[in-house]
Design a protein around this ligand. Sequence first.
Ligand code: ADP
Length: 307
Amino acid sequence: MIIECEGLSKKYGKTLALHEVSLKLEEGVTGLIGPNGAGKSTLIKLILGLIKPTSGKITVFGLDPWTNGESVRRRIGVLHEKPSFPSWATGYDLLELVGKLRGVDNIDREIEETLTKVGLWDARNSKTAEYSAGMVQRLGIAQAIIGRPEMVILDEPTANLDPKMRVEALEILKAIREEGSSMLISTHILPELERVCESVIIIEKGAIVDNGSLESLAEKNYAHSFAIKANKPKELMETLSQLDYVRDVTLRQDEVSVRTSNPKQLLEKLEKNEKINKISHVREETGLLERIYFEASKQDSNKNEIQ
Ligand code: ADP
């Protein structure tokens, strides 16, 4: 367990930014999603010990981050939203500074490896003032991951990056994960997050709406969606609507569209059905995490209306 919160609340004056949040964050890549003002940055600041909880408890690596801030922060790499760096520093200087603060061993080798990983080794001796927005963002990722910290917190890691660099940034994040760092990624770009995260925390108005592994949330919300082309689409719709692991069966042009909690079972069913209704095409639709998020926040607002 890396982070544990129990009844964690934070007020800024009269604004209740987090309200009795309880959650456990395990190793792996976790996405933190929710609208602006939901409390994501507040949660991150509490994890880093930058602000004090109003009530409740939070432990990070088993420590209270408010009273052990330095020890906690030394073990976490952070990319803040819209990073800016001292204009006098070169990329190399900056990584040296952060690496030393974090107590990174073999610092020269680590700097070279990290700058190479984010494609900034050739620009290492240029001042950050001369960097493009995309280079600044990549430097932000570099200073967060140098020394392979146990945990990396990234706020909008793909902001300011062009499409090609976004793909590259995701590849870098996957590589960091493979090297053993856990990650908490706060972002609005759900299709990108879906490609790297194993678990998700959904937060709205200072409260956790849902959290869990991507797969468990997908199952719970019938979030897998398939488009199927069949010989006899109407009959296929009829068959599928009777299954308890299927919902929202609709006909879209000549494709039957279904949502399911259990893709494996659905595909097996289609295969068995093949003799009576020939399937020419099955396609899993993108947008899994968007559907999870949409369903979870819909259920949450229904719950609020009932109360
Ligand atoms: P998010 O990161 O999800 O956009 P925040 O944690 O920044 O959300 O904000 C949660 C709520 O707390 C918002 O209503 C925001 O206006 C308020 N808030 C955040 N920081 C402060 C602050 N320093 N002073 C007063 N209110 C704040």
